[in-house]
Structure formats: C-alpha cells, structure tokens
Design a protein around this ligand. Sequence first.
Ligand SMILES: NC(=O)c1ccc[n+]([C@@H]2O[C@H](COP(=O)([O-])OP(=O)(O)OC[C@H]3O[C@@H](n4cnc5c(N)ncnc54)[C@H](OP(=O)(O)O)[C@@H]3O)[C@@H](O)[C@H]2O)c1
Length: 327
Amino acid sequence: MKAVRYHDYGGPEVLRYEDAPIPEPGPHEVLVRVHAAGVNPADRQIRAGLRFRLEKPFAFIPGCEVSGVVEQTGSEVTGFAIGDDVYGMLGKFGGGYAEYVVEAGDKLGRKPTSLDHVHAAALPVAALTAWNALFEVGGLVAGQTVLIHAAAGGVGHLAVQLAKWRGAQVIGTASARNEAFLRDLGVDTFINYRTTAFESVARDVDVVLDAIPREADDATDVIARETMARSWAVLRDGGIQVSICAQPVPDPESARRGLRGSYAGAQPRNEILNRIAELVDEGKLRPDVGTILPLREARRAHELIQTGHTRGKIVLQVVGCGDVRGY
Ligand SMILES: NC(=O)c1ccc[n+]([C@@H]2O[C@H](COP(=O)([O-])OP(=O)(O)OC[C@H]3O[C@@H](n4cnc5c(N)ncnc54)[C@H](OP(=O)(O)O)[C@@H]3O)[C@@H](O)[C@H]2O)c1
C-alpha cells in the first residue's frame, strides 16, 4: 500500500510518501480501507520527537484518526461487517496516513451518514476531546457560561457547537479573520484576543476551555501560559478551568475561591463516537475542513498545522484524490 512514513525524527521533510506493508488485523481488529485521515497537532509533535519516542530503526506512519470502509474483520469482531463505513481515533497514535490501517473493532464508530469521508475524518480526535473537556471534566450544563480559548481551531470549533447544543452561553476567542466563522457557529460573544483583553469582557464564567495550540513557537507558548494564568479571574466561585494542553494549577487566591483546574483529553471510545455521529446527522454539529490535501502532500499539512493558526481541521484525502483542491 502507499503510506506516509518517517524513519527519523525531525521537521516536515522527514515525511516520505512510499510503499509499506498492508497491516494484518488481529482477532479483535478490523482492517479499514482509509478514505481520509485527519491531521492533528499531536502528529507534528510526535514527528518532531517531542512525544512517544521510538528506538531506531523504525518506520512510523503518523495519523491518529481516519474515516474509511471495513475491508476485513478479525475472527472475534462483532458489530462490523465488510463494507461498513466507519470512523475513529487510532489507539496507537499512528497509522492513519495510509491506504489501510487496523484498529480494535470496539474502538471504531459508525461514520455519520450525512458526511463524506473527508469531513468524517475531521471529527474523531477533536470531537472526543471537546466532549471530554466540556461535559465529562468540565461538567458543563444548560444555562452555564463557557469561555473557549482558540474557538476557531480543530477542537475549538467543535467545542463551540457542542456547548451550544448543551444549552450553554458561549464566549469564544480568535483573531479577527475568524469572527464571522465563529458567529455563524453560534458563539454568543466573540473576543478578538489580539485587540481585546478577554477579562474585560468575560465574567461569571462556569467553565474555561483552554485549546490554544502549544509548541508552534516560543511566543505562542508564552501567550498560552499567560492566558491560562489570567483565566482564573473570569471564573465564578467554584468554576473550573479545563485545558487540553497542560495541567492548570490554581494560584492561592483562586484555590481559596474554590476554583479547580484539570487536564482533559481524547480517548478512543465508540459510544461517544456514535453519539457524535447522531448529532451530526441531526444537524447539531458540523465539522469545518479548512484544508483538504492529497495524502502525498502530508508535508504541506504539517507545515500548516505547525503555524497554530489554521481554521477548523486539515484532512488528507486518500481515496478520490483526483478531485482534491488545496485551499
Ligand atoms: N489532550 C488531547 O487529547 C488533545 C486533543 C486534541 C488537541 N490537543 C491539543 O490542543 C491544542 C489545540 O488543538 P487543535 O487541533 O484545536 O489545534 P489547531 O487547530 O492547530 O488550533 C488552531 C487555532 O488556534 C487559534 N489560536 C492560536 N493562538 C491563539 C490564542 N493565543 N488565542 C486564541 N486562539 C488562538 C487559531 O486562531 P487564530 O488563527 O484566529 O489565531 C487557530 O484557529 C493543541 O496543542 C493540541 O496538541 C490535545
């Protein structure tokens, strides 16, 4: 099969579009013909050697999420048959940038019927992360107010929609070029973080969600840390700051006010993926794919995600690339 792999850690130039063996499904696994693979900041961080380092020699296929069609099922797999449309997050943080991938059958979800594979591949990691952060860790309920930092990104734009669906008031931060996009998604209050201090607008917030991308460059990391430190002030007593990037630790005054901080993250869980697919098919949630590239242009995808300023998701199209336009 064709796959994008790397044999050493480094910049986007280590990514190679080359031949690789088709993986064999184990008894509990499904072989998926990948139609599209989502791109995440984690793919870049792992490629740079910042997380999950392997001993050399290795040949690693990046990619944590896919949408595709079941090609083969292991002997113990129940619930999926050859030809089923599936989507999901890959438990091994890799394997997605390829024509085929294997995944445990009980981790995959049924693809939303109203989406093509490119848009379905944009969902698993970001939607599972937003769900965990807002609802399971943040405990967001109807009538509460949530402040979402980086509301226009892969996680943020889905978090906005999930919070609105839950019945929350949503305050979202982004730069000016994303204002119309976020208002269209339903944010009640837009804050241009480049021109307005969010504390001057947001107050009595129940949940802060920090989704500001890290490790793009040193300046972004500084801004992210400062944003986290400043966010305690907008929370009402007893509120919570949830970060999908770092552990927020309340300062002494925040702790005295009963404020809490917690890290949240994506886990491959098919029951949540199936719920997300229902919300999509009911018209409550729609992924935005800002950039579609053919699989062989994974390097370009990594250069873009590295900027920390892309809108919605980047997706690599694996099947039907003749139609693909990068934009
Ligand atoms: N824990 C987990 O399981 C998990 C899962 C997914 C992602 N993550 C992490 O979460 C972070 C976000 O992921 P993502 O996929 O959403 O990233 P992304 O799509 O690359 O985020 C890009 C967005 O960030 C916005 N942004 C950048 N700096 C900002 C700032 N100072 N204030 C407000 N918005 C800002 C940009 O908006 P503008 O262009 O308007 O500036 C852009 O729309 C990454 O660090 C990723 O590694 C963790």
